[in-house]
Design a protein around this ligand. Structure first.
Ligand code: NAD
Length: 352
């Protein structure tokens, strides 16, 4: 198979490409604009493979997309390119509307144009897999409910609203034009190569520098954490075995309050790299103003993908978070290089 992956230089996209190159015989073309969040260094381990190519392209550039489809002739598209950080979407939503909505529209149209020209066999086998988030379902505050594939959409932030819009476009392109699409909605990912603006890498790096560990509000927000390599395996299963027109929720069965996550990281760091002043890392925890519109709880019911495609996560939160902390301790140079100077782990998304 030839798979066109958008956003392959990002956190999850790079895990997907490493998975495909290392564990299958398929070819990959990575189409990525290389925003602040895209780093080719995350793909260094597979970059020399004959089955891997890269094109620095914006998914909003329809002409470039048409040329890419024409020359690469993909059998499937895995669409991960997006603006992905909620706090940034509060400070400046324009890029989220551009890439997540307009970019997805251009990609759908370029795909449809290419797909219409395929012969019957290839047309039938073709897949467009849209990678989305559980944040489209909104807040589960005050309930014991889990998100199902049928849960109505109620996005809260500019980020989740832009992803919800893109999901609707993908469904419409399936229903109206027959484009063979599939959607996955996943919970919070963590693991290696995560850009240090997100909670887990930010806490690890701040702790190592003896800086404050900012906790939004009371830190009682609950997220369902999934190790990124488990997500990559799930995505590959969906693109190769999933049913056209279906949606699959993907989650780690690891509901944790943010404060618990931060305290767990602190304990692992106390053990692996104790502070020179002898104090526990927890002493760096600082409570700061909550994010505007912050959802309190997300939780995924991943029964469908388990039953229908036989996927389940391999990592528990305890094993995955330890691996993650160890990875950051061993890859501080990567962290230093991906922070290009424009972002110093400052707080975004307040006083917007
Ligand atoms: P990321 O921010 O780490 O990476 C996004 C990638 O997309 C970057 O390499 C960036 O350069 C590229 N990109 C951005 N705009 C582009 C454009 N206009 N054209 C081409 N490339 C562009 O994001 P991530 O965390 O890897 O998330 C990937 C996808 O998975 C996103 O669609 C996100 O909504 C979804 N998702 C993420 C999570 C999570 O916890 N990180 C959870 C569920 C779903």
């Amino acid at each position: 198979m030839k798979i066109l992956v958008t956003g392959g230089a990002g956190f999850i996209g790079s895990a997907v490409i490493r998975h495909i190159i290392n564990h299958t015989n398929n070819e990959v073309l990575n189409v990525d604009k290389l925003t602040y969040a895209g780093n080719l260094e995350s793909l260094e381990s597979i970059a020399d493979s004959e089955r891997y190519q890269f094109s620095q392209t914006d998914i909003c550039d329809r002409i470039a997309l048409d040329q890419i489809f024409e020359s690469f002739q993909p059998d499937a598209v895995m669409h991960l390119a997006a603006e992905s950080h909620v706090d940034r979407s509060i400070t400046g939503s324009a890029a989220f509307i551009e890439t997540n909505i307009i970019g997805t529209y251009h990609l759908l149209e370029a795909t449809r144009h290419y797909w219409n020209g395929l012969n019957q066999n290839r047309k039938q086998a073709f897949r467009f897999h849209h990678i989305s988030t559980d944040e489209v379902y909104g807040d589960l505050e005050g309930t014991e409910d889990l998100f199902l594939e049928t849960t109505p959409y109620a996005p809260s932030s500019p980020y989740s609203a832009s992803k919800a819009s893109s999901d609707h476009l993908v469904r419409a392109w399936h229903r109206t034009y027959g484009l063979p699409t599939m959607i996955t909605n996943c919970s919070n990912n963590y693991g290696p190569y995560h850009f240090p603006e997100k909670l887990i890498p930010l806490v690890i790096l701040n702790a190592l520098e003896g800086k404050a560990l900012p906790i939004y509000g009371k830190g009682d927000q609950i997220r369902d954490w999934l190790y990124v390599e488990d997500h990559a395996r799930a995505l590959y299963k969906v693109v190769t075995e999933g049913i056209v027109g279906e949606t699959y929720n993907i989650g780690g069965h690891n509901e944790k309050q943010n404060i618990e996550v931060v305290k767990t990281i602190c304990k692992i760091l106390d053990e692996l790299k104790p502070q020179s002043n002898g104090q526990a890392y927890e002493s760096l925890i600082t409570f700061v103003q909550d994010r505007p519109g912050h959802d309190l709880r997300y939780a995924i019911d991943a029964t469908k993908i388990g039953h229908e495609l036989g996927w389940k996560p391999e990592e528990t939160f305890d094993t995955g978070i330890r691996k993650t902390v160890e990875w950051y301790l061993n890859n501080l140079e990567w962290c230093r290089r991906v922070q290009d100077g424009s972002y110093q782990r400052e707080r975004l998304g307040v006083n917007a």
